[in-house]
Design a binder for this molecule. Sequence first.
Ligand SMILES: [Ca+2]
Length: 204
Amino acid sequence: MVCIGSRRGASLARVVPLVLFCLALCATAGHGFDYTYEDDFSTDQAMTDSHDHSVFVTSIPDPWPLTGFLIYEHDVPGDRALAFYNGTLHDSDARLVYAMPLESVGQLVSSGSLEFDIVWEISQDMGLVRVWTASLGLIGVGGNEGHYVFDVSPTQPVEQLLIIIKAHYVRIDNLLVNLEYSTPVESSTWSTIKGIFRSETGPA
Ligand SMILES: [Ca+2]
């Protein structure tokens, strides 16, 4: 009996630091994101990465088109940003639509955020950005220069999160999408912890 108790005590002495280490890992994982997407618009990646978009043009069309359009333009410091222009039709803002993550990884998205900068209003007091998601509808509006953060978390976990940006007379830059999946890191880590504990404290 004494012998068994000592061995079990020794096992616990080995397990406790291990559990503490795993808990530390959980805490670290909780501060990260499962998926991150960035675009500083220095490349044309929005053309291929976006799920859907208005036409990209290289200069202001003449005559002005009926529907919205997108142009890569340089803001004041010379850094490239993406400019949104509306067409002449009613509600014809340029659109940029993302399905995130870009490639399904067999995980469900449970929460997410969208960030970007409005770096230059093309026309004072006329700039407008609106952001929708498939499950929430319209979730935010912006217009003035500044940094914007939108909570795009779906109402229930989805394989891909559809984010719709519609805007006119603004240039946006530094787009950032952060996602977290519904399979919690904590649950898989706890299974590992329980497995380790069983193997260390089980019958010899
Ligand atoms: Ca840029």
